[in-house]
Design a protein around this ligand. Structure first.
Ligand code: GAR
Length: 209
């Protein structure tokens, strides 16, 4: 499948938490939008705020457990989640998966299957500060600039081809909370912009044009 499509793309948003990026995507692509619609929301956490937001808008939403890696040594829990997710992704004819605060890592097979059609947002200027608590990592490193990155997902952790980044200053009295809040404002602009670029065929896994 190649973008642009000659119909609105079906987006799946995967979120483990509060869902403010889901909100930003929903505002940018409301129902009836020509380019995209959020066709489903999936979570590994039944208490995720993102699920509530989906329910309020009557968007199909699904929860399935996805155990942390250290509690899932043989990967059976991850496999079960992926099988379940794939069922819904097919049923909703999903074109693009947007990971928005989804705190689990997929198998190489799942990543491969969705290569070029799965995005992630990360609150750092990758390749700096991959993994957990990147805002805290930035403060501890003493950098003067931070930000967020939207990238295609590949086999690594926070390593795939970068679609776009937005930068913010780090201020002398910043805490993890104040810096995270400043970055989050930019995340809400960056994610819809990146989705738009992909759906217009202007960013591809092989080459961000
Ligand atoms: C966002 O800051 C997002 O970048 C981050 O989780 C937060 C989710 O917020 N994602 C990661 O750290 C992924 N490695 P939200 O639920 O309000 O969108």
């Amino acid at each position: 499948m190649q973008f642009p499509l000659n119909r609105p793309a079906n987006l799946a948003v995967f979120a483990s938490g509060r869902g403010s990026n889901l909100d930003a995507i929903l505002q940018a692509f409301p129902q009836g939008h020509k380019i995209a619609r959020v066709a489903m929301v999936m979570s590994d956490n039944a208490d995720a705020g993102a699920l509530e937001k989906a329910k309020q808008r009557a968007i199909p939403n699904y929860t399935f457990p996805f155990p942390a890696r250290k509690k899932d040594e043989n990967g059976q829990g991850r496999k079960a989640f992926e099988v379940e997710a794939e069922k819904y992704l097919q049923a909703q004819r999903i074109d693009l998966i947007c990971l928005a605060g989804f705190m689990r890592l997929f198998s190489p097979e799942f990543n491969e299957r969705w290569q070029g059609r799965m995005l992630n947002i990360h609150p750092s200027l990758l390749p700096d500060f991959k993994g957990l608590q990147p805002q805290r990592q930035a403060l501890e490193a003493g950098v003067t600039e931070a930000g967020c990155t939207v990238h295609f997902v590949d086999a690594g952790v926070d390593t795939g081809p970068i679609i776009l980044q937005k930068r913010v200053p780090v201020l002398p009295d910043d805490t993890e909370e104040s810096l995270s809040a400043r970055i989050l404002v930019q995340e809400h602009l960056a994610y819809p912009e990146a989705i738009h670029l992909i759906l217009m065929g202007k960013a591809r896994f092989e080459a961000v044009l």
